[in-house]
Ligand binder design. Sequence first.
Ligand code: A2P
Length: 272
Amino acid sequence: MKNIKLNNGIEIPQLGLGVFQTPKGEDTVNAVKWALEAGYRHIDTAKVYGNEADVGQAILESKVPREEIFLTTKLWNDDIRAERTKEAFEESLKALKTDYVDLYLIHWPVDKFEKAWLVMEELYQEGKIKAIGLSNFHKGHLQKIHEIAHVKPVVDQIESHPYMNNQELIDLNKSMGVEVEVWSPLGGTGGNVLQDETLNKLAGKYKKSPAQIVLRWDIQRGVIVIPKSTHKDRIVSNLDVFDFELADGDMAAINQLNKNLRVGADPDNFDF
Ligand code: A2P
């Protein structure tokens, strides 16, 4: 496992388990426990996923010390609009059964996100959050945050996979010292990225699965990646991407699969 150092000095494991669309209850508890057993030390959830309580329960039951786990959650849009950042954060802590989170993100750049950011800065200064960042922020939103921020965001979490690699936004963030986390790295639940012919050929060449090829591509292009699965075998194999290396030509072949095809909402045009 590799760590990436964020701009405030703290380290994040480059690969974590995402639990977007992992049903609450037993599915989430099992997924998180299997992941921790397999060696994952980074879990990414959000208030709106409805499974923070299960993530917290799984962490406790796993017996892995809390401080060994990098835990992310996100501030939901309604809470930003209602200016209840502090309350929402406390609710998340309670659900997660912990007294701090490693990373707290603004989930979407909805109206009043600047106000929320300033409150998150306070929580960060109080030590209740180890790092603060953004999610689904595009160029214009990033400029607004950079104008008002006293604390630089450590990450921007955005959609990125071989059919929508979002490389320009990744490069923009990196040029500002902001690391990028990628969501729906395997093309999400409805996508067909993993059926791609090039990825399947590369899977044959490296004797890995198409998912492992994609995740390795992410590791080598220097982004933080949070694949989701509810299946134990997939959770285990998705972490097994640190024992091989894609050749430059194969990295380029995956880069060329881009067709700007989103599987999720567009940060410039969404209504939730
Ligand atoms: P499942 O949870 O049934 O395993 P993303 O991380 O891009 O959101 O993609 C997750 C989707 O890819 C889910 O539908 C998940 O389904 C599936 N998935 C996760 N890991 C693998 C894998 N190793 N092989 C095939 N499909 C996978």
